[in-house]
Design a protein. Sequence first.
Length: 228
Amino acid sequence: MLTFTSIQGVAFAYSHQTVANPPMDIVEVTEKENPIKYAAASPTPTPASTPKPTGSERDFVSLEMSVAEEQQRLVNQAVLATIEEAAFQAQLSEYFTEDDIIMVAQLIHAEAGSVYPLNRRAAVAWTVCNRIDNGYSPSRTTISAVITQPGQYAWYSSCSYTDLDYEIAKDVLTRWATEQITGETNEGRVLPSEYMYFWGDGSQNHFNDGKGNYWDYSVDYDPYEDWG
């Protein structure tokens, strides 16, 4: 369809045909004139999808989780062990003190300071524990009370002792107290519970039960075998 118009008396004709691809300057002007219309017509961008982990990546993550869980388990185990050890040490203190360890170390040195093997030194300390367990004297129920009973042991307050005597004394008292706490009858003791007495011949002590029975020095387990 042609339309006629005139500009300053000159006639012009133009067509109303639709322009398939309008020039860019027309599009730009049109968008500026109606930005809302064209913005609405713009396509919504599709978000980038997260790539799925491969089999090897899943294995690595699983391994990391396993390592972390194992580390946490070990930490928990260590904390529990620390708590249990603290509780156990508190229980031990109910049965003997540092002064008791020193007294027993002095006793070992006085009665068996040069005796070998070392389990026979430890046996001297065990006679003290056995006397407490067997009710040897109702009025002597503590380590110090048993050791200081007149006419029983060659102990005196200024008696010297060595580091080895101390370690043996501490070990014996710990084993004995552990028996009291756990109810076990043998926590590495070297002297059977019925032997409470001994006498020495200058080189060895001979342990007996007061009824004519003597310990034959046999042990199921010797905790001091590698002590030197």
